[in-house]
Design a binder for this molecule. Sequence first.
Ligand code: FAD
Length: 839
Amino acid sequence: MGRAHSACLIKKQGKSRYINHYLRMGSVIRMKVLIVGGVAGGASAAARLRRLDEHAQIILFERGQYISFANCGLPYFIGGEIKEKSALTLQTPDSFFKRFNVDVRINSEVVSIDRKKKTVTVKKTDTGEQVEESYDKLVLSPGAEPLRPPIPGVEDARVFTLRNIPDTYRIKEYIDAHKPRSAVVIGGGYIGVEMAENLHAAGLDVTVVELLDHVVGPIDYDMACQVHRHIRTKGVHLFLEDGVKEITGGPDDLMLGLSSGQVLHTDMVIMAVGVRPESALARGAGLALNARGAIAVDTHMRTDDPDIYAVGDAVEITDFVTNQKGFVPLAGPANKQGRIAADNLCGIDSEYTGTQGSSILKCFDMTVAMTGINERAAKAAGIEYEKVFIYPASHATYYPGAVNMTVKTLFEKQTGKLLGAQIVGYDGVDKRIDVLATAIRAGMTVFDLTKLELSYAPPYSSAKDPVNMAGYVAENVLTGKMKVFHWHDVAALPRDGSVTLLDVRTPVEFENGAIDGFINIPVDTLRARMGELDPKKPVYVTCQVGLRAYIACRILMQNGYDCYNLSGGYGFYKSIFDPSKPTVAMPTHEKRVTAPDSKKIKLDACGLQCPGPIMKLAQAVKAANEGDVIEIDTTDPAFASDIEAWCRRTGNVFLGLESNAGVSTAQIRKAALAAAPAGTPVSYDAKNIIVFSGDLDKAIASFVIANAAASMGRRVSMFFTFWGLNVLRKTENVSVKKDIISRMFGMMMPRGTKKLGLSKMNMGGMGAKMIRGVMKNKNIPSLEELMKSAQESGVELIACSMSMDVMGIKPEELIEGVTFGGAAAMLANAEESDMSLFI
Ligand code: FAD
């Protein structure tokens, strides 16, 4: 192990310098290792090194005050889930010294490396003093720093980033001291989403602004759509494909100018737009870096200097699946690499075999997880891949509490080799993603997934686990038993009769919502009605989740038809194209009540899809006695938006709704003469205005009436349908994903109030201008002002979901504050009104 020296301290020009390479202790030669960075990778390397070499001299330098802290737990301290400060620090310098005999030097920043002399210069961050320290081996684990893009105003003290414990305390103390009411999180990655949840838990009104078309970048857009819906359901506002251009700090709040032209007012900002490797030290020492600034290392975690190792967020990784170089900052890889570096320092030939990006995120009560590569990475690597979507239950559906999860599996077309998986769900997501991550590590194919024998009892899984199911479905595709098409293929399917578009769900399901152009033949009647289908035409089949359509495809294929199954079914398709913004969690008027004289009936509708839960509820209500309380559990996300309107329409009393871990529990009292609970909005002098027209004069008239009624203290709801929706459109162009027809519709129709024409004497827009001028001269509020005052007076603006679907208008294109509903919501309002106007 080279020469042996004794340590000697030379005081020179105010600097302390240790010169010692290997120390001899009795007959043992001591290796001197310096470690830069005392958290995941650094602390891991130090602990392993000590376990392997009791005699090494180990000095760990940490710039900050804390070592071995729980970065991953920081957001939860801000939200209050983690209560004790002490829980954030897993080790202190003292405990680390006692347990591992590691000389921990906090407040010590390594500012340069002299590779020739094999020394580092360390600056004490509290005193400014500089010392030199020699090494035999050096391990760098400096991590990654949060990006702060050069947006004007980003330096405002109310703009925060989150990396370490001092950042966490700064944010928490700001919240405690200033009691901000709102926060904007810039960036919808893992940390952004975690911060949104935790700021929301801390009582703030939270908005997330994300530059891409979806949050949680490592998953694909199609899977992220469910996350968007969930985030919004929880009351967090979400702006996608939008960026913050500037931040203007006023005395009362911050104003964020977005690229779309919108302006957000907020009390504080969390900047969570990603991280970059902290490699200035390595760069200064002339170590090889990649184009992104990550330190280049070999599989032993050695840099291009044989005496310097580097690990963690600062290093370049090799993608386990594609073998391409990349940058994936995660705690698991950092910890493993720290251990591997220590092994190699002690002569153990350990190798790091690549990162596959296994990661998991808690998004309120939802779990989002992924492993391996996504579609973007597969395309970039030129891999020919196929994908399947399944929607299995977390455990046997007959055992209470089963909730479904969406599993997306990517595999190589030629070989079936597993490439990646993404899961969005509520329960059991973690164990499925870990099995799939293990399968990818083991180089398994989707055929192998069918053979995995996984533990099963009804409370935990099904006899065919979701992982097995993913294998079965992919195997069917690869062996030609089932051909698939995907949600993004649907818009391009010909609607000219040259192909058959077939929906095999029940008529009730079909009537509740179906894809444009599809005909309905329920699977159970397909054999009898096959004659209605032309055997010469390809048949594109869908059902709710893809299972009944698979059965239909098998029936048809064996009768000579060329058949394709929509992977993931209508349910998954709808989760991507569904125009209805979910209603924000409803206020619980009364939680879990039972009047002493009433009976409580419990219904379990978990696992049933819309309209299953409503139908089950309707039957139970019919059989119940007046005053009985029906409590229904469902896992159908649409139920939460439907139930209140259904109660109002049927005259039953909606008592409240709670949601937890994917299960919504609602309570309904069968229409009894008992008074509705306090807070239930029942009045029969409300006004209901249906705005069908998109003409300026008619829109003005509608809002004049609405304002007048509101000023008389009446509850007013305005239901905008067909052309009336144009009144609610934002004037600026909002970039949203649309099929061709919807895009054309969008272009041809007036975008917002400023573009509306008059119903008569429009004269190419001259008439509209004249009327606006006259109104201004006569001091009559403009349409925009009328709309604003209506909203301020509590007038409810409801956009018709069905018309939006037909006309291809997306929720993001409508002005803020609009809710979404269907005919049921409109009729419920009408029944509570003494006046309904159709304009
Ligand atoms: P770090 O843990 O960042 O440690 C680097 C340390 O080096 C820092 O303390 C820094 O002060 C110190 N340092 C830097 N330069 C010098 C120098 N010149 N001299 C002395 N000291 C120096 N990953 C997951 O897998 N799952 C999660 O849920 C998760 N959640 C996270 C939540 C948050 C809020 C954050 C910030 C990160 C999260 N991560 C998560 C990422 C994970 O924490 C990192 O991947 C991991 O900590 C990287 O380890 P590291 O040792 O490379 O760097």
